[in-house]
Write a protein that binds this ligand. Structure first.
Ligand code: TZP
Ligand code: MG
Length: 217
C-alpha cells in the first residue's frame, strides 16, 4: 500500500555528518549552502551521533531553508522534529512501523539492494524507493556489490507503474549523474561528490547538469 504519491526532485542531497567531518565541512553550513543553491530535498544522516544531536541538527537545518528534510534511520527523531520524512534501510524499523510513527504525511523512503527487495518494498507504505549502491562507493559498506544501472532500470520498470519514485544512490558523481537519470531514476542521491570543494557550488553544478529534460526519459 502506498500512502500518497510524491514527486522527487532530480537531486537528493545527503548531509552525512561523518563525511562532512572527514572532508572538513560543517554539516549545518553545508545544508544551508545546498538550500541556497536550490536543493529541495535533503537527508540528515548521523551514524556516529546520538538521537539528541540528530534532532538538534535536523531542527537547525530546517531553519536554514525550505527544503524537505528527511531523517535517516530514526522515525522517532523525524516525528519529534516535524521533519519531512524518514529514510529507513533493510535493517531499520520496517516501513510500516516507521509510517506508524511519523504519520500519513511525512515521506517514508526505503533502501533496497536487489530486485527482490524492491519488489517487496512496493508492498510497503513507502513514498519513494531507493536502490543502490549503483556504483562502487567508499562512503558506506552496504554488504552489497555495486548493482549498476541495469538494476536501476529494472526497479524503475517495477516502480513507475505503481507511481513510486525511484532514487538511485551510491558512487554517483557529477559526471555519472545524468546517465543515472537517463536510466529512469527520478533522483540521484549523493553524499561524497557534493562535498568536493565548495559544497554550495558543487550542488549548483549538479542542479545545472540535471535539467528537467533529463528526467523520466
Ligand atoms: N546507501 C547505498 S550507497 C550509500 C548509501 C547510504 C552511500 C552513498 O554515498 P556516496 O558518497 O554518494 O557514494
Ligand atoms: Mg538505516
Amino acid at each position: 500500500m502506498i500512502e500518497g504519491r510524491v514527486t522527487c526532485p532530480p537531486l537528493y542531497a545527503v548531509i552525512d555528518v561523518d563525511a562532512c567531518a572527514h572532508s572538513g565541512h560543517d554539516a549545518l553550513t553545508v545544508a544551508a549552502g545546498f538550500q541556497r543553491a536550490g536543493v529541495s530535498l535533503l537527508q540528515i544522516r548521523g551514524k556516529s551521533i546520538g538521537a539528541a544531536a540528530l534532532f538538534d541538527l535536523t531542527r537547525a537545518v530546517m531553519t536554514t531553508g525550505n527544503a524537505r528534510v528527511i531523517v535517516n534511520d530514526r522515525a522517532d527523531v523525524a516525528r519529534l522534529a516535524h521533519a519531512g520524512g524518514v529514510h529507513v534501510g533493510q535493517d531499520d524499523l520496517p516501513p510500516s512501523d516507521a509510517r506508524a510513527i511519523v504519520g500519513p504525511e511525512p515521506w517514508v523512503g526505503l533502501s533496497t539492494h536487489t530486485l527482490e527487495q524492491a519488489t517487496q518494498a512496493l508492498e510497503e507504505p513507502i513514498s519513494y524507493l531507493a536502490v543502490g549502491p549503483v556504483f562502487d562507493t567508499g562512503t558506506k559498506l552496504t554488504g552489497y556489490d555495486a548493482v549498476g544501472l541495469d538494476l536501476v532500470r529494472r526497479v524503475v520498470g517495477l516502480a513507475r507503474p505503481r507511481g513510486v519514485p525511484v532514487v538511485a544512490i551510491g558512487g554517483i558523481t557529477l559526471e555519472r549523474a545524468p546517465r543515472v537519470l537517463e536510466a529512469g531514476a527520478d533522483s540521484v542521491c549523493v553524499i561524497s561528490d557534493l562535498l568536493r570543494g565548495d559544497a554550495e557550488a558543487r550542488a549548483g553544478k549538479f542542479l545545472a547538469a540535471l535539467g528537467p529534460n533529463l528526467r523520466r526519459s
